[in-house]
Each structure stands twice: as structure tokens, then as C-alpha cells.
Design a protein around this ligand. Sequence first.
Ligand code: WT7
Length: 648
Amino acid sequence: MIWYVHNAWAGQVRERMHMTETFDVKLAEKVCRPDPSCRERSWIGDRDTAYRRYLDDPEGFWAAIAGELEWFGPWERVLEWNPPHARWFTGAKLNITHNCLDRHVAGERRNKVALIWQGENEGDEQVYTYRQLHRSVMRFANALKRLGVEKGDTVCIYMPLVPEQIVAILACARIGAVHSIVYGGFGTSALNARIRDAGAKIVITADVGYRRGRRIALKAIVDEAVVNAPSVERIVVLRRSKPEIELYSEMEVDFNEIMEAADPFCRPEAMDAEDPLFILYTSGTTGTPKGIVHTCGGYMVGTYYTTKYVFDLKDNDVYWCTADPGWITGHSYIVYGPLAVGATVLITETVLDYPDPGIWWRIVEDFGVTVLYTAPTAIRMFMKFGEEWPNRSNLESLRILGSVGEPLNPEVFDWYWRVVGRSSCPILDTWWQTETGMHMIATLVGEPMKPGFTGRPIPGVVADVVDREGNPVPPGIGGLLVIREPWPSMMRTVHNNDERYLKYWSTIDGLYTAGDLAVKDEDGYIMILGRSDDIIIVSGHNLGTAEVESALVSHEAVAEAAVIGVPDAVKGQAVKAFVILRLGYEPGEQLKSDLIYHVRMSIGPIAMPSAIEFVQSLPKTRSGKIMRRVLKAQEMGIDPGDISTLEE
Ligand code: WT7
């Protein structure tokens, strides 16, 4: 392992000569080289070879991956591409749960542990083997049928992170019902809007979820949320607490009762590859929620492929993704991808600092977690609590660390690498979206890692950084991140709103625009600079929020930072920064000027914040993304728009 300065780009911030839509960026300086032996043992092997195989024959590449899975009937065409609408594996028949369950139960993984659940009380745990999970899913699938759920109906799942949630998800997929999972942290109005838009026939919930020792009364929220939702016929309630809550009407049934009454065998419905598998609402950080639609065949292939070849999961791995199935990360990388490869998946109903900030690290040690997938926002919180917490546990079982959701700032990368990974685990930064369904850009196992860069497009994905006209921009010049070619797990449409789907492909004609700003380096590594809606233009210079935030976080006093553009008479916009300090640092004027100086030295005078405000928390979506739109609205005293996805 060596660190060295990546000379070619170090410290280069060239002045822009005239107004264009692109802009210059200072690029990272370090490369982190993992032990090359981990590549030799990896599924992906040599990236360039795999990528070339894709370019030589894209459809053949995807067909080969699809061929690793079991289908009930063959496809006629791998891809039908009528831009911007794609159909993958057309004519093929399958059921994703056959590949997640039956395929394993028929072979050597029958008694392998599929799921381990740990509750908030340490020691409170449940284990399902593949055989047990298979049976539970079949029973619950039959129970849903008895309630009148048919292929194509929509089922809303609003549950805490318990094994029954995963059983419910897979049971829907088993019978061809379309699931719409709503994160258990959402409130009444967000839930109501999602139930109505999806036209859900059944809502599956629990009496309570547990969070920091408190009970969150989910069922009570459902009661209110279904008032104006005429599509809902039945509510299924998992009753966890004793004494059991009462069920009030014919409409309400008990999860375990209907399961016990059901037949233990349920044949998987033969789905068409292009039948919808689920709707998942995303608002990202702007606008009203969109129901992203994913289909059975392509989504299965995309999540299976990336779980196996990006995470490099092996049969003896214990895999822990700290997301919730309410987000796409949970759909793809807790449920479908890992089960499709036959992994042992750990799930926990825990937060990261309860009962204390050592909880995650005790879980890693207790269960011998080998692959950990989490978000930069979590790592930044741990940095704030200090190294002593992870240091108290033995983390030697870990072999791969993943990151998703936001840019992994170099400072945070370093901590993750050093403190959690003991300077020996590859860190896989994965860029993707609810809309893409699977990893698109990532550092792969064994590749040189460049802190601050997510990595290169994975084999099967053609991503690029372009100007407004769609022309590729040279290394070091920022632009829009786009995807040029269709991929199997791409969203097919926005539920009830294909217009909105078309927009993704019309900002630049024929290219999928992700809404992110990015920059490439000379090796093709991509750095994400932030959402294009969040861009700040100071005296005609475009600044990505991530760049300035990264500079702030690299200061020893800063735990987390968010920056926004505020109107400025001279410069058009000026940078205002909101900063959460690490424990042990006090706010003050001196620190403010230190931070401003620090940004000046890291990026240049143009990025210097004109104001810094020390805060205790930042407005975030429940998936942990900073809602800069809310900060901006507060700052300017205007209406922040839809804030139903706000955490606090
Ligand atoms: C947006 C998508 C995909 C699962 C979680 C979020 C940002 C995602 C990275 C990364 C920098 C990232 C982008 C993207 N993002 N991964 N590795 N580095 N930024 O899903 O809610 O659909 O959000 O998250 O801005 O567009 P999502």
C-alpha cells in the first residue's frame, strides 16, 4: 500500500476564460493502492478485460450474466431499445424469488443462513436459513392470495426493519403483486400520498417499530393515512408488543394468524421479464415524490450482477448493509441482490448511537461481518464520536467496505480506511440512484482507489461527463454526469407520469442525465460534485457544493458541513456554510476565520464562504442526504416546498 501525490492535477484551478456551462475543478491528490492479490481472487478479475467484453458485444455480455440465473422461459431479444424506452429480456419468464430462494434451497445453500436479524436490545436476534425463509415467504404469499391480492395489484409495505418485512416483500414478488415500500420513518401525509398514487389494495404494517428505546406507533400512522385512500381494502398488522394491540374492524388482520392459516407451498408466479416488480417513491432532495418503476427481469439481472461482481460476495461472507429496505439501497442490496447470490445477510433494527456509539462495531465483531456497506453521513457521525468506539471492538473480520449516497470526502475516506478498515480493506465507493436500480460507477475490488472519486463506470455501463450539448468535456473540466447506453435495471417509467420519465432523457437529447455534476480525471475516474440544482455560481464560476463541503470537512474541527448560494450584489451568489463541529470544539469568530482561510487554501479564493453559521444539526432527508433547498428557503425566508421527506 502506498500513497502518492497525483501530480498532474494537484492544486490546479484554472481561471475560466469565458462563460460556458462547464467549469474547472481541482482534482484529488492521492491514490490508494490495495494489495493486488485481492483482485486475483475476485469475481470480476481484470476490469479492463471485462469492460472490453461488454463493449465488443453489449447484449452478449448481459445475456451471459442473465444466464447465471434460472428462467422459466427464454428471451426472444436481450434488448429492445426505442429511446428512451427500453425492454430487456423480452418474452422471458421468471420469478425473482425463485432465484432468491428456490434456486438455493434446491442446492447446497438449503441450510445456509440467509438472514440474521438483531433488534435494538443486544442479544435479541432471529436467524432464518434459506429453507426457513423460503417457507415463510410461500406461506405469506398464500395468505396474501387469500386476502384477494392478485398479480398486478399494488401492496404497500410500511414496516420496521424486521425479518417479516423481507418476508412480505418477497411474498409480493412471489405472486406478482407490485410492492411499494414506504420507509417506516415517514409520517401520515407522506404515507397517504404514496398509498394513493400507487393505488395500494393492501397495507402491511406493524404495531410498532423501535428507535432509541422508544416505540414508534406505526399502526396509528397507518390508521390516519388510509382515511383518504379508498383503494385500501385490508390492513395486515404484525403485532410485536405485548399485550397485543386490538384490531378494530374486518378490514384489519393479524400478520401471524393469516400466515399460520395459509398453505406452506406456493408456486412462484411466472412473470414476464417486463412486468413491474415494484414502485419506489423518491423525492431525492427536490420536488414532489416520483414513483420509480422497476421490472422483474432486468432488475434481477442488474442487482445480481453488481452484488456478485462489485461487492465480490463469496459464500462465506457475512454481509451487512446498514440501509433500510424502504430505500433503493435496501431493495437492491439488502433484499434482491444479496439473496439472488445466496449470501448471508445481516439486518438490524438499530440506530448508530444507541445505546452508545459502539453498537455498530460490537455487531461487526459479534457476527463476524466481512462486508459492510454504509453511507458517508454515518461515517461522519462516527468521526464526530471519535476513534475510541471502533477501537474497542475487534474489526478484523471485515474485508470489504462500501459507501453510497453522497460523495465520500477524502477526509472521511481516510478515516473509514484507517480506523474501520485497518488500512487493508478495499473501499468501494458506489455511485447510483433509485432510478438506476444498480451500481453504475464504482471502485472495484483491487483497483487503485482515489479518495474523493467514486471510480469508473463498471463493465456494462457507459457513463460520461459532458457539456450542455452532450459533448464530452476533457479531464479536469466539470460538467453533467450522463449515461449513454441502456442497462437492464434502469427504471422503466415514473408511475402515472411518463412525461417525468422522458425528462431524464431530454435535458440532453438521447442521454440519461442523472442530475449530478461531475468531473473526470485523466484515468477516467469520476468525482461527483453535487446535484446540479444545488450549484453555486460565484462571479460566474460554478462551484459544486460537494467540493466546498469536502474542504470544510477536511478541517479537524468540522464534523459535517452544508453550503448554499445566497444572493450577493457583487458576485451574483456568495457561499454560505452551515457547520457542525466535532466534539471538543467551540464555535467562535477565530474558528470562522480559520475555516474560511482553510477553504481558500484548499480550493481558492472563489470558494471562500462569505458567512459561516455553526449549527447542531442539518436538515436531511430520512436517507441522510442534506436538503440544501430547505437551508436556502430558511435563509431567504421563503417557502421550502415539499418537506414531507425531512428527517427532523
Ligand atoms: C443520488 C441518488 C443509490 C442509493 C442511495 C441514494 C447521490 C449516490 C453516490 C456516491 C456521490 C452519490 C447522487 C445521486 N449519490 N451515491 N457514491 N457518491 N454521490 O439513492 O436517493 O436515488 O440518490 O445520490 O447525487 O444522484 P437516491
